[in-house]
Write a protein that binds this ligand. Structure first.
Ligand code: SF4
Length: 361
């Protein structure tokens, strides 16, 4: 069964750590974008009815109720098994959640990142721990039980103590799903490029050392496990049954269609990508860039090993990657169980090295 990803790249502020193709755009761009997006969704020739929908970006939770309803109306397959909406925490209202539910949404992902005000303000986020608590109560009150909370390990000024306080809030709010990302340092975010240039803005000098970021991540793995949230993918933790059915499709190489600026799609054989920027998306007759055949043999390792369940080796995998598998098993980065292979806890921390070896093996 396939999924659908829809991008809504509008945000009310650009967070310093964010490396997505999202931003603060003029109000008029929203109407133009909606028109283009609807045209793209309507052009889709559905060979299947999706079982999952994911609205990301961006901040799709901020779009008006009629806009959300209009975007989801042409998508077949409702009621979807899972329909997630990414929302900025801080001031979620009951009426808004009722409109989300009416449009078909049954899961909400909150970009919390931290529960510490000092850390949040430096990144440009305006919510507080208490406002997230109120958001979660509103969502539950309106019947949305499947809630994800995103956290980032490595924000400027973060310490072991402040990270523990954020994890205490997770214990208090008891969401069934948590994502923990380690800060990505690259040119695509203002904070990342400031760090790379040894600059002083955005709290760059106060970003924790890499070893501390790894420790924070490991502490989260332990703490979340104790709360019944098992790690099922490198960055994702859930109570049994609350794993993201949509995101699992990416890691299981199941097909999905993507719509909107910077969206990707995969039909089981080929991958395509839409133009990245808002300006290019608004200007394009057809936003899809050329499709490229998927390298399924390589990708199986690359994405399959992200899952803690690992992957089932085929005879071809055994023949092709025997040396690399044996080496990583010996080094304690991979473990085998019958025909399956998976990352060990240490392997997770060095997963990029493992992935790279399989990519070039
Ligand atoms: S982190 Fe989320 S809210 Fe912040 S700029 Fe990026 S997409 Fe927008």
């Amino acid at each position: 069964m396939a999924g659908v990803y829809i991008s809504w790249p509008f945000c009310s502020q650009k967070c310093t750590y964010c490396n997505f193709a999202s931003g603060v755009f003029p109000r008029a761009a929203e109407a133009q974008y909606l028109e283009r997006l609807l045209a793209e969704i309507r052009r889709q020739r559905w060979a299947w009815a999706p079982e999952t929908v994911y609205l990301g970006g961006g901040t799709p939770g901020s779009m008006p109720a009629e806009t959300l309803a209009a975007i989801l109306a042409p998508v077949p397959g409702r009621p979807w098994r899972e329909a997630t909406l990414e929302a900025a925490p801080g001031a979620i209202q009951s009426e808004q959640v009722r409109a989300w539910r009416e449009a078909g949404v049954n899961r909400v992902s909150l970009g919390v990142q931290s529960f510490e005000e000092a850390e949040l303000r430096r990144t440009g986020r305006r919510h507080t721990a208490e406002s997230v608590q109120s958001d979660v109560a509103v969502l539950r009150g309106e019947g949305i039980a499947e809630i994800n909370i995103d956290l980032i390990a490595g924000l400027p000024g973060q310490t072991r103590e402040s990270w523990r306080r954020s994890l205490d809030w997770i214990a208090r709010l008891a969401p069934p799903h948590v994502s923990v990302y380690m800060l990505e340092i690259d040119e695509d975010s203002r904070l990342g490029s400031e760090i790379l240039q040894s600059g002083l803005r955005f709290g760059a000098p106060d970003v924790p050392a890499e070893e501390l970021i790894v420790d924070l991540y490991e502490e989260a793995v332990e703490r979340l496990a104790a709360l019944g949230l098992a790690r099922y993918e490198i960055s994702n933790f859930a109570r049994p049954g609350s794993e993201s059915a949509h995101n699992l499709k990416y890691w299981r190489l199941e097909p999905y269609a993507g719509f909107g600026a910077d969206a990707h799609g995969f039909d089981g054989q080929t991958r395509y990508q839409n133009v990245e920027s808002m300006a290019a998306y608004l200007a394009a007759e057809d936003p899809r860039l050329e499709a490229t055949p998927a390298r399924l043999d390589e990708e199986r390792f690359f994405v399959g090993l992200r899952l803690m369940a690992g992957l089932e080796l085929t005879a071809e995998d055994e023949a092709r990657h025997a040396a690399a598998i044996a080496k990583f098993v010996k080094e304690g980065l991979l473990e085998r169980e019958g025909g399956r292979v998976r990352l060990t806890s240490r392997g997770v921390l060095l997963s990029n090295d493992v992935f790279e070896a399989f990519l070039h093996d």
